[in-house]
Design a protein around this ligand. Structure first.
Ligand SMILES: [Fe+2]
Ligand SMILES: [Fe+2]
Length: 186
């Protein structure tokens, strides 16, 4: 699907505010992709689709997760993380995406995981640092993204895990594993 049509389709499925977030993530992801030698078209496609399932009903996301080859541990965690798994399935089934790297970038954009590709990290980081985000510590994350994608990923996953721990929220195991991998590596 060419970008114009894809944009229209994404816009139809999301409230205005979320669509604008998607546009900013896409801009940021393309910039990071160029900076870190990741194919820009893949970054654009993954960014445009990363939140495609964000406004699905939890019961519909649950059904998609149960009916597809998905990690069902997710279902015992807050449904806020389900849209990443549901989004991968929708990208495949409804948008005809078959590039595994693009699909994984959508799939792991909320939790991270170990062994992320450069594209997966670009989407994870872009989602967190896009220009509309404003939270304590954002400047450090943006600065890290000027340096290297691994330094940025480490800063971003540490921020996300820290945020959840501070609120005594549950943390999906993939996120802890991603965090450990990055602090041990860098
Ligand atoms: Fe998301
Ligand atoms: Fe997002």
């Amino acid at each position: 699907m060419e970008t114009e049509r894809l944009l229209k389709e994404v816009e139809k499925r999301l409230p205005k505010k979320r669509f604008e977030h998607v546009l900013r993530v896409t801009e940021t992801a393309k910039r990071l992709a160029e900076r870190f030698s990741v194919p820009v078209e893949k970054a654009e496609l993954a960014a445009l689709l990363h939140d495609i399932a964000k406004y699905m009903e939890p019961k519909d996301m649950q059904k998609l997760i149960e009916e597809n080859d998905e990690d069902e541990r997710m279902l015992s965690f807050h449904h806020g993380i389900w849209h990443a798994a549901a989004g991968r399935i929708i990208a495949m089934d409804e948008f005809g995406v078959n590039d595994p790297d693009v699909l994984n970038a959508i799939r792991y954009h909320t939790t991270g995981r170990t062994g992320m590709s450069e594209l997966e990290k670009v989407i994870y980081v872009a989602d967190l640092i896009e220009s509309g985000r404003n939270f304590p510590g954002i400047e450090e994350l943006r600065n890290a993204a000027e340096r290297s994608i691994d330094i940025a990923m480490k800063a971003c996953i540490a921020h996300s895990v820290g945020y959840l721990v501070e609120r005594q929220a549950d943390v999906f195991p993939d996120s802890f594993e991603c965090y450990n991998e990055h602090v041990q590596k860098i």
